[in-house]
Design a protein around this ligand. Structure first.
Ligand SMILES: Cc1cc2nc3c(=O)[nH]c(=O)nc-3n(C[C@H](O)[C@H](O)[C@H](O)COP(=O)(O)O)c2cc1C
Length: 414
């Protein structure tokens, strides 16, 4: 019976344990978590979602406070078009987050950064270019392009000296999305180094509509694998979404996958950025406590725990401090929903906004508990403490369980 350790992922010159810990913003996949994956010979991800905020928390910088100070005059204004990111400061924050992480790297694995196109930041092209270039400048091993089709993203960095040697990959949820990306990037004469195929059971935003349950990861993998073969394309394929045991992973490797990307199991690692109180909520969850809804202002469905405190919370939009989801003209779907409720309830002290959420604020404060479909199985991966709480696991324990387990078994901690 095979186990994940019988396989290796080749990326560039490197031979890796074929386990990729997926990017989880905002700082849920911390540097500490990514560093553990790399130390153990696999691939870890940090995320550049809301990187100035993350830098403030990690390094005591003051990016958010200063941005809020600069735009304070606009806080009560529903038009957010003036609220712009300073590109120099954005590069600086990225350099800090990436640079410090790479300095701490030990072992033979890789550390990549997850960059979501949907963080449009009131200037989509300019901010994305800076984010990608600054990460390359700061020595990241590679970039995973996420949450968007990224039709122009290779073009944004094609002149960068590291464009051809850094590992660059893309997350897709369909063959069509991959075909579009390859077509639009062909001009740069560079193929992605890996393709993550994310199915409907993943955490975070989904690349499907509300009919997500009609899709099956294995079917999408086979479709993409067969098309690539017919096109004589040899790019490592990395399925993601609902791969909960080492045996699940082996199943995909035997179908021709080069590695797997996993995340949910690591949400209950000590190294994960979620506060422990929230991790206990993940452990406690039953299947009926998890939903896919449309409250994310990005327009993508998102999976989360139904008891997330951010759901329904009608706070004033916080774009002067954050503003990561402002589109190219300074709009966000949450602002519209909030204004509608203000107009409908002009005298209310506290508003409820049910159809959208201020995702920046609530992800920053760990109040939207996004999670994978199999979160309800996390309780089976650990033991309970005397007080009834669940024991957190080390990232090493989870990583090695994926690497060495067979027969769908999950090793409990000692
Ligand atoms: C808490 C959480 C946050 C996530 N955040 C992101 C993100 O910011 N960007 C992204 O591309 N994927 C995100 N994902 C998706 C993961 O990177 C990964 O592809 C997927 O969850 C793998 O499936 P699994 O969780 O069932 O193992 C997130 C997943 C979880 C569980």
């Amino acid at each position: 019976m095979k186990r994940v350790d019988d396989f290796r992922l080749r990326l560039g010159k490197q031979e890796l344990v074929p386990i990729m810990v997926g990017g989880m913003g905002v700082d849920i996949s911390t540097a500490e978590l990514a560093l553990e994956a790399a130390r153990l010979g696999g691939v870890g991800h940090i995320s550049d979602a809301m990187v100035p905020t993350v830098s403030d928390r990690r390094f005591d910088t003051k990016y958010v406070r200063n941005k809020l100070k600069q735009y304070k005059f606009n806080v009560a204004n529903s038009d957010k078009a003036v609220v712009k990111f300073d590109l120099g400061l954005l590069a600086e924050a990225t350099a800090l987050h990436v640079g410090r992480t790479m300095e701490a790297k030990r072992g033979d694995g890789l550390i990549l950064i997850n960059c979501m196109e949907k963080l449009t930041m009131n200037a989509p092209r300019e901010t994305l270019r800076v984010r990608l270039q600054a990460a390359l400048d700061a020595g990241i091993d590679g970039i995973t392009l996420a949450a968007g089709l990224h039709l122009g993203s290779f073009g944004l960095i094609e002149d960068h000296p590291r464009f051809r040697d850094a590992q660059l990959g893309i997350i897709v949820s369909s063959l069509r999305a991959l075909q579009l990306f390859l077509k639009k990037s062909a001009r740069t004469n560079r193929l992605p180094d890996y393709v993550v195929i994310e199915g409907p059971l993943a955490g975070g935003h989904l690349g499907f509509g509300m009919d997500w349950a009609a899709y099956d990861l294995a079917k999408i993998v086979v479709e993409i694998r067969d098309w690539m073969k017919a096109e004589h394309l040899d790019i490592p394929l990395i399925p993601a979404g609902g791969i909960f045991t080492g045996s699940d992973a082996v199943g995909f490797m035997e179908m021709g996958a080069a590695a797997v990307q996993v995340a949910t199991r690591f949400t209950v690692a000590q190294e994960c950025g979620l506060p422990e109180k929230v991790q206990q909520e993940y452990f406690k969850a039953s299947e009926i406590d998890i939903e896919v809804n449309t409250i994310s202002p990005t327009g993508y469905p998102m999976r989360m725990l139904k008891n997330s405190p951010g759901i329904g919370d009608g706070i004033r939009p916080n774009c002067e401090a954050f503003g990561y989801l402002l589109d190219s003209s300074g709009n966000c779907q949450y602002i519209d929903a909030y204004n509608r409720e203000v107009a409908a309830h002009p005298d209310a002290k506290k508003l409820k906004v049910m159809d959208k959420t201020c995702l920046c604020t609530h992800m920053r404060n760990f109040e939207i508990w996004t999670c994978g479909h199999y979160t309800y199985r996390l309780k089976d991966t650990t033991r309970r403490n005397e007080d009834g709480s669940y024991r957190l696991l080390s990232a090493e324990h989870i990583f090695r369980d994926y690497q060495f387990s067979t027969d769908n078994k999950i090793a409990l901690p000692d």
